[in-house]
Design a protein around this ligand. Structure first.
Ligand code: ASP
Length: 327
């Protein structure tokens, strides 16, 4: 895109940084003569081409809203879409036919909340936000999460649509009850927003791996794995086979790589390369990372071709194709 123009127009400002980190500072370990660029131009990115979700988040930011509201309202669009079989209502069930949802949210002050294996509630991200704001905890799982949601006024509903039910019944006939690990079928939405105050928030929500074992939880609701936000540096989120992202604490790793001076693109590439290296030639899985830094620069990278991310900023919106480790 028009990235160069955007940078020119964007009101980027530069802030000086300390020469060396101190115990009380988590600022990047840049050298004395370098500086961090920051912007107060709103920017939204999300995994895959979830244009409705990113448009909603953008609408919130454009109206002067904050990043936290933007990410929550954005991903809820997908959670409520019955035709999206990877998130929220309509998500594919576990191998016993139960839809179990995972989500987490994180704000500029490192407040965070998550729900794991939540059943019967359509908007896990909103429950995750309530966990963050109304409890002394970060994560609630299973029945406890459901009970908390009901106490907070969420309504119980059947999340298994007829379409997802029929597909599961068909899968049962031929699958030998074995959870498929493959390079398709991973369309978690992770959404990152930088608002007009220059503050970050992120949200990540999924129905997880299709036909997973009962009780299986992936990376998406795990702070540091599926999502991480550090308001001094940037934010990152992941999609794909969660077990691989958890093993490398993927999103945290990417933010830390940005802290060390890598661009979001370079950081995502390094994150994917570490996962590929750990798998020693195994190629049957997909992972995609996206990231954004304080200057509003964005990046993405994945294991196999096919992953994209959606981006909204003051110069417009676009579906950004992402390069992959394997061709
Ligand atoms: N990351 C998700 C999980 O492992 C799957 C996905 O991205 O669709 O649960």
């Amino acid at each position: 895109m028009q990235r160069r123009n955007f940078l020119k127009k964007s009101g980027l400002t530069t802030v000086g940084v300390l020469a060396a980190p101190s115990l009380t500072s988590c600022k990047p370990e840049h050298k004395e003569d370098t500086a961090i660029q920051t912007t107060k131009q709103p920017t939204v990115i999300c995994t895959w081409n979830f244009s409705n979700a990113s448009a909603k988040a953008w609408e919130v930011l454009e109206a002067g809203g904050n990043a936290l509201d933007a990410v929550e309202q954005g991903v809820m669009v997908e959670e409520n879409d019955v035709n999206n079989q990877t998130v929220g209502v309509g998500g594919r069930p576990d191998r016993d036919g139960k839809v179990t949802l995972d989500a987490c949210i994180m704000d500029k002050d490192a407040n965070c909340g998550a729900v794991l294996a939540l059943q019967n509630i359509a908007n896990p991200i909103a429950v995750a936000r309530k966990v963050m704001e109304k409890t002394p905890h970060v994560m609630l799982a299973g029945k406890g999460a459901e009970q908390f949601a009901i106490e907070e006024g969420f309504k119980k509903m059947n999340l298994l649509t007829e379409k997802s039910k029929q597909e599961w019944l068909k899968w049962k006939k031929t699958s030998n009850y074995e959870t498929p690990i493959n390079i398709e079928n991973h369309d978690t939405i992770g959404l990152l927003a930088l608002d007009g105050n220059g503050d970050f928030a992120g949200a990540c929500t999924t129905s997880g791996m299709a036909y997973k074992m009962a009780g299986r939880v992936g990376d998406s609701p795990i702070i540091g794995a599926g999502l991480f936000v550090d308001n001094e540096i940037g934010a990152a989120t992941a999609t794909g086979v969660g077990e691989e992202v958890v093993r490398t604490v993927g999103s945290f790793l990417i933010v830390e790589l940005m802290r060390q001076g890598k661009s979001p693109q370079e950081a995502c590439e390094e994150g994917v390369k570490r996962i590929v290296a750990k798998n020693k030639g195994r190629k049957d899985f997909q992972i995609g990372f996206i990231a954004m830094n304080k200057a509003g620069e964005t990046g993405g990278y994945c294991v196999h071709p096919g992953f994209t991310y959606r981006k909204f900023d003051p110069s417009g919106h676009e579906n950004v194709p992402v390069e992959s480790f394997y061709s």
